[in-house]
Design a protein around this ligand. Structure first.
Ligand SMILES: Cc1ncc(COP(=O)(O)O)c(C=O)c1O
Length: 397
């Protein structure tokens, strides 16, 4: 009775972690410190709270599926500022779909572009990097596609090697999930890389799904966005959707607010799907989200806090565990040899909870799993517990 495809999906990495550490006791006498979930603990800005309060009388209204004009205008303004786009390239009414966090939209998008194959047709394929955000895989499988994992290891700068892609595979590809800046490695794709990915999408008629939710949490240089590449190529948004979220930018994971922007016909079909299977954002949330996209000051403050934590990590870790200062995001991706063993050891010897890379990645076509040697460490907490956790990590591994 229950859909076997759904039941066969690998669950959340955090469930796997609970199973791994459940039978083990954390080191006695130490306060447990958790660096697992990518949930920023910085305080969301007051302007968000103010906008929610000012609009609380609107909770008795069904909100429109595509948000409010104020929200779409605020998003358009931010995109234009952040990615130096020509005025008019983004049409607020046609190219933008506000969503309740990008997670469900990333999931649904595979269905927008993937038709189930008839008997003798080749099965559609959806490409995704490994390591990956677990939603991409579920999206591919539930859309009836082959999920094709593309290793994104250190040797290829933490992105899939686009030159190695088989044209036959690309011809049956309906979507390609790419995350830049990448979770968990923190690498940001170059302009040329994004251009190559976009050209492949256009040549082979698939959708490039750019998950860019970490694009505002950068260290020194703002990561290139796929829309900048579109602008350079003449401004068309064909074959591309880019996803952005307030969860990371504004430390507002609980607000559940983000958006996708791209090809108008895809946005239209997606909104249609959301009319059946999605919930629109409450009007107060739309107002708060508009206030956040209109403001860049709190984002710079946020970045400054992450920089302090990376300074700390640089000082404490030095060159251990292949430490490098990521371009963006808030994760350390540390090569500890055996990520699962290190995770157990950190919990039992230091009461520090991290995530093994194995739970974030799958084996590529050559059978190797590029996450096995790694742990992911989320620097989302305050400075003092971060310092304590990293010191314990160095002393116990
Ligand atoms: C790579 C990546 N994409 C998308 C999301 C979804 O973010 P949200 O649904 O909060 O917008 C996350 C959340 O952790 C993520 O890490």
């Amino acid at each position: 009775m229950i859909n076997s495809e759904l039941n066969s999906l690998r669950g959340s990495p955090f469930d796997a972690l609970r199973t791994l550490l459940g039978p083990l006791q954390p080191a006695a006498g130490l306060e447990p410190l958790t660096l697992t979930v990518g949930e920023p603990q910085h305080r969301p800005p007051q302007l968000m709270i103010d906008a929610l309060r000012a609009n609380e009388h609107l909770y008795n209204k069904y909100p429109p599926v595509n948000g409010t004009p104020e929200l779409r205008d605020a998003i358009t303004g931010w995109l234009t500022r952040r990615f130096h786009l020509p005025e008019g390239m983004i049409q607020a009414a046609e190219n933008i779909a506000p969503v309740n966090g990008t997670k469900e939209a990333l999931y649904m998008m595979a269905q927008v572009v993937t038709e189930r194959a008839n008997h003798n047709e080749p099965k559609p394929a959806i490409l995704l990097p490994t390591p990956y955000y677990h939603v991409y895989h579920a999206a591919a499988v539930m859309a009836g596609a082959d999920a094709v994992f593309l290793p994104a290891a250190k040797e290829t700068d933490f992105f899939p090697n686009l030159d190695a892609l088989d044209p036959d595979l690309l011809d049956r590809t309906t979507a390609f999930y790419l995350c830049s800046p990448a979770n968990p490695q923190g690498a940001s794709a170059s302009h040329d890389y994004l251009k190559q990915a976009l050209m492949l999408a256009r040549r082979h008629d698939f959708l490039l799904i750019m998950d860019e939710c970490y694009t505002e949490i950068y260290d020194r240089t703002p990561p290139v966005g796929v829309l900048e590449v579109c602008a350079e190529l003449g401004g068309s948004l064909d074959h591309v959707l880019s996803f952005h979220s307030l969860s990371k930018r504004s430390s507002a994971a609980g607000l559940r607010s983000g958006f996708c922007v791209g090809e108008a016909s895809l946005i239209k079909t997606f909104l249609n799907l959301r009319n059946f299977a999605g919930a629109a954002s409450p009007l107060a949330v739309c107002a708060a989200a508009a206030a956040l996209w209109n403001d860049d000051v709190h984002v710079e403050e946020n970045r400054a806090m992450y920089r302090l934590k990376f300074d700390l990590a640089e000082r404490i870790l030095g060159t251990r565990f292949g430490f490098y200062r990521p371009d963006a995001g808030f994760f350390l991706w540390l090569d500890v040899g055996d990520g699962i063993e290190a995770t157990k050891q950190l919990w039992t010897k230091a009461a520090v909870r991290v995530l093994p890379g194995h739970y974030l990645s799958a084996s590529g076509p050559d059978g190797t799993n590029p996450g096995d040697a790694y742990i992911r460490v989320a620097l989302v907490g305050d400075l003092a517990p971060t310092e304590e956790a990293l010191t314990r990590l160095v002393n116990s591994l």
